[in-house]
Design a protein around this ligand. Structure first.
Ligand code: FEO
Length: 388
């Protein structure tokens, strides 16, 4: 990947990983990005996952062409970016580590050493002069760990954004940065990993708004270049918990198919009314794709059977995942089912009470095992309310 004459990509693609961070499905793999800035001094931006240390070191050696790097800038200490710090320091014995104070504490926790003699501690507005290139540091706590710093290189207008603006997928299969190709997996990544920390993302975006940004170099996914405002604007929407599109997510769980039938019938009726509708089976579809669509659309229908006097487990898990990530500003409707005593709507509403700005449609569809005429009448009212 060509970035510029002075900034080289030295990251790696991982096609072995099944679950990124132990929970996110990544069918197209994952990239762990690292960059080298070549100037009078050379700086390497972040390390890579443990399994790729040799490949990364080899990439660095090729990029620096016989020189020894002067600095390793550690923007984030999560292990997908920090695992090879010690290997780097053992290989390039004159190099220093540039990082936040908290990151050095984490290094000691990880490696048993904080490289005390080789530290350069940086904080908000600290600068690192490399020659023609200068890095300025931007504290970015909780995007997505507390020690994170981002770095802005002023001569080329590059924002090294740590996990921010990242995306699932290895670069050799998911490296297209065109926004329509980028946004679905970037949104799934954002709400899965960073979604809880919207206010922190907003704080960073405010700082970034003062910078002239020509490129964004994240730690995962493609480099974003040219007019980056479309990407920044999506991050602004996501971190303010605004909906990206007017439309309806219909999210259902179903044991014997009756709740599913009701959910699909409701979806058809919404489509007939001109609503954009996406349907997910929470027990079968990727839960983080479901979650991403919940944040994406302005309206959500939750459809679930009653189970053990509560809501079905896959729905309960989904709702808590949404609440944990501060779901806000949605119009919501319910379909519930119960063979003798439906409880699902009450239980779903009680979890959503943890969220703010949720407007619940008064009418609901309440099934006793299977759909009847009375349910179709209930459905009409729900569809009407969701189509306003
Ligand atoms: Fe890519 Fe928070 O690590």
């Amino acid at each position: 990947m060509h970035i510029s004459d002075s900034v080289k990509y030295v990251g790696v693609d991982d096609h072995k990983v099944d679950l990124f961070e132990g929970q996110f499905e990544v069918p197209n793999g994952m990239s762990y990005n690292s960059y080298v800035i070549l100037d009078e001094k050379t700086a390497v931006m972040d390390s890579v996952d443990e399994d790729f240390g040799d490949e990364w070191i080899s990439n660095i050696k090729q990029a620096v062409g016989g020189r020894s790097p002067d600095y390793l800038v550690v923007q984030h200490m999560e292990m997908d970016h920090s695992a090879n710090i010690k290997k780097f320091m053992d290989t390039f014995k004159d190099a220093k580590i540039v990082s936040s104070k908290m990151a050095f504490t984490m290094m000691k926790n990880y490696f048993g050493t904080d490289f005390a003699e080789r530290q350069v501690v940086v904080a908000e507005n600290s600068k690192l002069e490399l020659g023609k290139h200068t890095l300025s540091f931007i504290a970015a706590p909780n995007v997505h760990w507390p020690e994170v710093v981002m770095s802005y290189e002023s001569s080329e207008g590059i924002l090294f954004s740590a996990d921010g603006f990242g995306k699932f997928g290895a670069l050799d299969s998911e490296g297209d940065a065109a926004i329509e190709k980028w946004k679905d997996e970037a949104r799934r990544y954002y709400f899965g990993i960073v979604g809880k920390f919207g206010s922190n993302v907003q704080a960073v975006l405010k700082k970034a708004a003062k910078l002239k940004i020509e490129r964004i170099c994240p730690l995962h996914g493609p480099v974003l270049s040219g007019d980056v405002s479309a990407y920044v604007s999506l991050y602004d929407i996501w971190s303010k918990y605004e909906s990206e599109e007017d439309g309806v997510l219909v999210a259902y769980t179903s044991v014997y198919g009756n709740t599913k039938k009701a959910a699909l019938r409701l979806s058809e009726k919404l489509s007939e009314k001109g609503q954009k509708v996406v349907v997910h089976d929470l027990a079968r579809d990727d839960i983080y794709e479901c979650l991403s669509d919940a944040f994406r659309f302005s309206k959500i229908v939750f459809a679930s059977t009653t189970y053990n006097g509560d809501v079905f487990p896959a729905m309960r898990d989904f709702l808590f995942k949404l609440a944990e990530r501060n779901l806000q500003n949605k119009t919501v409707a319910f379909i519930e089912n119960g063979s003798w005593s439906p409880m699902a709507e009450k239980k779903m509403a009680s979890i959503l009470a943890l969220c703010s700005g949720i407007s619940i449609i008064e009418d609901k569809v309440s099934l006793r095992i299977s759909m009847k005429e009375e349910n179709l009448a209930q459905m009409e009212k729900v569809v009407e309310a969701l189509s306003k």
